[in-house]
Write a protein that binds this ligand. Structure first.
Ligand SMILES: *[C@@H]1O[C@H](CO)[C@@H](O)[C@H](O)[C@H]1NC(C)=O
Ligand SMILES: *[C@@H]1O[C@H](CO)[C@@H](O)[C@H](O)[C@H]1NC(C)=O
Ligand SMILES: *[C@@H]1O[C@H](CO)[C@@H](O)[C@H](O)[C@H]1NC(C)=O
Length: 326
C-alpha cells in the first residue's frame, strides 16, 4: 500500500474519473516532428498504432514549447524558447484568421485519436499524453483544452516526460525491495536518452523507494544527422559531459555512478551517440560495467513507440486506480 502511494506520487498521478473501466489504455507521445500512438491491453498485449508526421506549423510550435522551469537543467547553447505566433494567429476567425497553432496540435491529436479508434473499433475518450521534455503549465493547459475540444479527457497534471515514463513502465527501472524499516533498496541515478532526428532529450533521474525526480534535464534541438559528424561529436560531448557529471548529490545522498542508461527514439542506435556516451562516462571514471544499458527487453519494444507505450500503460494504471481506490 505504501509502495503504491509512493508510486502514485512518483508518476504524478491524480486519478481521473471514468464511466467504465476500459480493457485498454491509450497513450500518445508528441515529439518535435511527429506524433505517436500506442495501445496497451489488460491481457498484456500492446499495439503500435501510428506515427504521424506533423505539418510545418506543428513542428514550429513544438520547437517553441516552453519547458517547465523547476528542476530543469538546461545546457548552455540550448536555444532559448520563444513563444511564437504568426500575425494571422491574432486575427479573429471572422476576419479570416486561423489559429494555426491550435489547429496543428488539434489535428495531430485528432489523427492519433482516430487511428486508435479505428484499431479498437470503439471511441477513445481518455488518453495519456507525454512529450520528450517536461513542459510548462501553460503549454500543458493548452494541450488539455485542445484535447477536450476533441473529446479526450487527460489528467489534470502533466504526465512525466517520455523517457521517465518509459524507464518506469516499459524498462522496469523501479524500486528494488523497498521496505521502510529494512531498506534493501539503495537510491540510484539513471539516464534516459531520447534521440530523434530533431532533438536530443536526456534526463538524469534520481530514484529512491519508487520516488523519481528529474535532477538534470537537457533538451537540445539541432543535434540531428544534418550536421557534420565533427560538429555533432563536439555538441554531444559537451551536452552529455555536463549532464552526466558525477557525483550527483540529491536528497543528501551522494551517488557516484549511473545504474542504467535507457535509449529511445529512432536515432537511439546511432553509433556516434553511443561512442560519445561511452567516452564521457569513462572520463567520469565510471566503470562501464556498472551501468546497464537497457534498450533491449525480454519483450522487444520499438524505441520509437516506447514513450507512447509507457503513456498507454500509465493510462490503464490510472483507470485501475480510479476504480479501485477512489
Ligand atoms: C489481448 O486482447 C486483445 C484485444 O482484445 C487481442 O487482440 C489480443 O490478441 C489479446 N492478446 C492475448 C495474448 O490474448
Ligand atoms: C489560439 O489557440 C491557443 C490555444 O488554445 C490559445 O491560447 C490562443 O489564445 C488562441 N488564439 C486566438 C487568437 O484565438
Ligand atoms: C568492472 O570494472 C572494474 C574496473 O574497471 C573491474 O575492476 C572489475 O573487475 C569489473 N567487473 C566485472 C564483473 O567485469
Amino acid at each position: 500500500m505504501i509502495l503504491q502511494i509512493w508510486y502514485l506520487l512518483a508518476t504524478g498521478l491524480l486519478p481521473v474519473a471514468f464511466a467504465a473501466k476500459p480493457d485498454y489504455g491509450v497513450g500518445f507521445e508528441l515529439t518535435l516532428d511527429y506524433g505517436v500512438a500506442s495501445i496497451q491491453f489488460r491481457n498484456g498485449s500492446h499495439v503500435e498504432i501510428a506515427k504521424i508526421e506533423g505539418n510545418p506549423t506543428y513542428k514550429q510550435r513544438m520547437r517553441t514549447a516552453d519547458f517547465q522551469e523547476d528542476h530543469a537543467y538546461i545546457a548552455p547553447d540550448t536555444p532559448a524558447s520563444v513563444s511564437w505566433q504568426s500575425f494571422r494567429d491574432y486575427l479573429p476567425p471572422w476576419l479570416g484568421g486561423h489559429n494555426h497553432t491550435h489547429d496543428s496540435l488539434s489535428r495531430m491529436l485528432k489523427s492519433l485519436k482516430i487511428a486508435s479508434e479505428s484499431y479498437l473499433d470503439a471511441s477513445v475518450s481518455t488518453a495519456e499524453i507525454t512529450l520528450p521534455f517536461p513542459i510548462s503549465k501553460t503549454f500543458f493547459d493548452t494541450l488539455r483544452s485542445i484535447a477536450k475540444s476533441i473529446s479526450i479527457s487527460i489528467p489534470e497534471t502533466p504526465a512525466s516526460p517520455a523517457g521517465k515514463l518509459a524507464a518506469i513502465h516499459v524498462y522496469d527501472i523501479g524500486p528494488g525491495n523497498c521496505d521502510y524499516f529494512d531498506p534493501q533498496d539503495p537510491a540510484q541515478v539513471f539516464l534516459t536518452v531520447e534521440y530523434t532526428r530533431s532533438a536530443l532529450t536526456v534526463l538524469l533521474i534520481y530514484e529512491e523507494c519508487g520516488v523519481y525526480e528529474n535532477v538534470r534535464v537537457l533538451h537540445e534541438i539541432d543535434v540531428g544527422s544534418q550536421e557534420s559528424t565533427h560538429d555533432r561529436r563536439a555538441k554531444l560531448t559537451t551536452a552529455l559531459g555536463d549532464l552526466t557529471k558525477m557525483p550527483v548529490e540529491f536528497n543528501s545522498e551522494v551517488l557516484k555512478s549511473l545504474s542504467n542508461v535507457v535509449f529511445m527514439g529512432e536515432s537511439s542506435q546511432d553509433q556516434l551517440l553511443r561512442d560519445v556516451l561511452k567516452d564521457v562516462l569513462s572520463k567520469q571514471e565510471q566503470s562501464g560495467n556498472e551501468t546497464t544499458v537497457v534498450d533491449k527487453h525480454e519483450e522487444p519494444v520499438n524505441p520509437v513507440f516506447a514513450g507512447s507505450l509507457a503513456a498507454a500503460r500509465l493510462n490503464i494504471f490510472r483507470s485501475n486506480v480510479a476504480h479501485d481506490e477512489v
